[in-house]
Design a protein around this ligand. Structure first.
Ligand SMILES: NC(=O)c1ccc[n+]([C@@H]2O[C@H](COP(=O)([O-])OP(=O)(O)OC[C@H]3O[C@@H](n4cnc5c(N)ncnc54)[C@H](O)[C@@H]3O)[C@@H](O)[C@H]2O)c1
Ligand SMILES: O=C(O)C[C@H](O)C(=O)O
Length: 308
């Protein structure tokens, strides 16, 4: 099956690399607006195929969407990343126009496509794709929770001094510095609640470091992260192409779930061959419910800046 990745920059190339390395897709098409850039990234990645042992064919194109025709999944990473000191929300002015145009091109050539939205501010960009693509809501999935949950597990393992494979946990709500909701109450080490091992101070630190995970990396790198974002996308694409039905927190259009409607926010969902098979309703504490509602209010304010 064919996967298109729009934006052959840091995140787009990382998506293509992880998808190819796992060898579950027949073809990955990279698209960029910068002349020759996607072609160059595709060629460089293809020259790793014999070294890394994959058969996925990676091609690149400068804006020729006819090459993306018949894609099962398209990942939108085109747009600008933030610089140190910025919030993701500040990117809306430039990225909204790019995401809207790219979506129209993708849908024109692949009407049955499932779109994974990565460009920031992601929850708002996912909402924009819902409002402008004409695709059913099951086929538009924002990527944020998979990445934020991986960062949560990294911070939990650090605090627990345990291997990451011992740890499980999930982050829902908004993909923003303030609106992320790491579900500490449900995090476990080999099935045992992590609250059995960590103090209140450690808990607060893990939650805060998780929420500012993207900002911390942006400060260190001078631009935002790409390895873990690419790996997170590859997990979502694999769950679709291989119909794995994994439960993954994704930014989805809500219609009453978690008390919200007409907004994209991170919630756990079953992801399979048709996209979103089911939004999973989990029980939140009263404090978590209040934080989810607060995150929704902030995302709704940002959505208000969109022009359709
Ligand atoms: N949702 C997440 O978890 C997450 C994680 C990391 C990054 N991001 C976001 O992903 C986006 C990309 O980040 P990056 O680090 O890869 O940036 P980047 O600058 O390295 O790459 C972006 C690429 O998009 C291309 N582009 C711009 N306009 C285009 C268009 N109209 N059509 C096709 N290509 C176009 C650029 O030429 C560039 O190569 C940013 O908005 C960033 O904030 C989101
Ligand atoms: O932090 C960013 O701006 C990029 C991305 O959303 C991330 O979380 O890495």
């Amino acid at each position: 099956m064919k996967v298109t990745v729009v934006g052959a920059g840091a995140v787009g190339a990382s998506c293509a690399e992880y998808i190819a390395m796992k060898d579950f897709a027949a073809e990955v098409v990279l698209v960029d607006i910068k002349e020759g850039f996607a072609e160059g990234k595709a060629m460089d990645l293809m020259q790793t195929a014999s070294l890394n042992g994959f058969d996925t064919k990676i091609t690149g194109t400068t804006g020729d969407y006819s090459k993306t025709a018949g894609s099962k999944v398209a990942v939108i990473t085109s747009g600008i990343p933030r610089k140190p000191g910025m919030t993701r929300e500040e990117l809306i002015g430039i990225n909204a126009g790019i995401v809207k145009e790219v979506t129209q091109n993708l849908v024109k050539h692949s009407p049955d496509v499932i779109i994974i939205v990565v460009s920031n501010p992601m929850d708002t960009m996912a909402y924009l794709v819902h409002k402008t693509s004409g695709l059913p809501k099951e086929r538009i999935i924002g990527m944020g929770g998979a990445l934020d949950s991986a960062r949560f597990k990294y911070r939990l393992a650090e605090a627990l001094e345990s291997p990451i494979s011992d740890v499980d946990g999930m982050v829902i709500a908004a993909h923003s510095d303030t609106g992320m909701l790491p579900l500490f109450s449900k995090a476990t080490r080999n099935g045992v609640p992590v609250s059995e091992f960590l103090s209140d101070e450690q808990k607060a630190n893990v939650i805060e470091e998780t929420k500012i995970g993207g900002a911390t990396l942006t400060k260190l790198l001078g631009t935002s992260a790409w390895y873990a974002p690419g790996a997170a996308v590859s997990v979502m694409v694999q769950s679709i192409l291989c119909d794995q039905k994994k439960m993954i927190p994704c930014s989805l259009m809500l219609d009453g779930e978690y008390g919200e409607s007409d907004i994209c926010l991170g919630v756990p969902a079953i992801i399979g061959k048709d996209g979103v098979e089911k939004i999973v309703n989990i029980t939140l504490t009263e404090e978590e419910k209040a934080k989810f509602a607060e995150a929704a209010k902030a995302v709704r304010d940002v959505n208000g800046d969109l022009k359709f």
